[in-house]
Design a protein around this ligand. Structure first.
Ligand code: SF4
Length: 371
């Protein structure tokens, strides 16, 4: 059994010089640092632009004024502490405010700043809401990382959700397969729990977050296979991150590797304009072009991802680009009137978010063909 050591102070990263540590402390006072020795071991320290380094080691650019902490206004969909209900059939439970490391580009870094403010420890009130709302067929456990909870605690939550008849899918959003696969490999109880609650009719989905192919190590693949054999369904989502995966060759390699190991690429997200995230931001149109180029030479199985932004109003896919226009389409919409709606805007190469598009040319919904 391997023991992975967690680091919570930048001082503990022995590969950084004293000068670097002193400088970066200014960043970590604002946005917390957390890593572990397994993950830091993936970094090539000779390369100042190593993608894993960029993902986990703070950088001074994070102090640049930009964006806001809750860029998708999750607050407005919060029903009670820890429970968000944005789309009719899906509820989110924020069950933890810690992760296997803190991604520097995290869109929920506010949870690590205001520890305990939004995360629920006792889910009973939230589960009662889900019980009362029969339209909820999907529950997503998220945070933070639910797999950082003790297995008994996680099982206690999953067991209670499974008892709610109308909930079909339980999703666990977790980066632990990438951050620390030993969390899965070394815990037979976790595997047993998945076997028990991912049933023939009602599956447990694990939404992985591999951001770069270098994270898909032999140990990570072993953890993936243990989860698959236990009966979980896996799918991967990642933002497009400057300095990590925002070039088409890296993204293409990621898609290919994911398809080889049986983890379908699900969403590639436009990075939210979150405070501290300027160094990782890629303009929407540039990002879409990278995405299109990345899927050009991969098999159909490797190109199942959609490029979308998790906007306050819904999940909006970038559906096309012409010389003058950009076309968006609602994949998921909070307001049913927006469901499936197309929106055509005049292009803006400097846009980082939907709100940066000012000239709406047209919007329409394609009607279902009548039988
Ligand atoms: S794993 Fe997710 S919640 Fe945790 S730091 Fe990374 S992006 Fe944020």
């Amino acid at each position: 059994m391997s023991k992975v050591k967690y680091l919570v102070k930048i001082d503990q990263v022995e590969q950084l010089s004293q000068e670097e540590k002193e400088q970066l402390k200014k960043v970590t006072e604002k946005y917390k640092f957390r890593a572990n020795d397994y993950y830091l071991g993936l970094i090539n320290w000779e390369d100042p632009n190593d993608p894993i380094r960029n993902l986990i080691i703070p950088q001074m650019g994070e102090l640049e004024e930009w964006g806001r902490l809750d860029a998708s206004n999750e607050k407005s969909y919060t029903i009670s502490k820890g429970l968000q209900h944005k789309y009719r059939d899906t509820a989110l439970l924020l069950v933890n405010d810690v992760c296997g490391g803190f991604c520097r580009f995290c869109f929920r870094k506010r949870l690590f700043i205001n520890v305990g403010a939004e995360v629920v420890r006792d889910v009973s009130e939230d589960l009662e809401y889900i019980r009362q709302h029969k339209e909820i067929t999907n529950v997503l456990l998220t945070g933070g990382d639910p797999l950082l909870l003790a297995t008994e605690k996680l099982e206690n939550i999953i067991k209670q959700i499974r008892e709610i008849e109308h909930v079909q899918i339980i999703r666990i959003g977790s980066k632990m397969v990438a951050f620390n696969p030993h969390r899965i490999i070394d815990d037979p109880k976790l595997i047993e729990m998945i076997k028990k609650y991912s049933t023939d009719e009602k599956k447990i989905y694990i939404m992985t977050q591999f951001n770069h192919p270098n994270e898909i190590t032999d140990v990570a693949i072993k953890a993936v296979n243990m989860l698959l054999k236990a009966g979980a369904i896996l799918a991967n989502q990642t933002p497009l991150i400057k300095g990590v995966n925002a070039d088409y060759k890296t993204l293409e390699a990621l898609f290919k590797k994911l398809s080889f190991i049986g983890v379908p690429p699900y969403y590639v997200f436009q990075g939210r304009p979150v405070a501290g995230n300027k160094p990782f931001a890629v303009p929407v149109e540039e990002g879409y072009q990278i995405f299109l180029k990345a899927i050009m030479n991969v098999s159909g199985l490797a190109k199942r991802a959609k490029f979308a932004m998790s906007h306050e109003t819904g999940k909006i896919e970038v559906a096309g680009l012409t010389k003058e226009h950009i076309i968006f389409r609602y994949q998921r919409a909070h307001d049913p009137n927006n469901a499936g709606k197309f929106m055509v805007y005049k292009r803006n190469p400097n846009a980082y978010w939907l709100d940066d598009y000012k000239e709406l040319v047209e919007e329409f919904v394609v009607e279902n063909p009548q039988p």
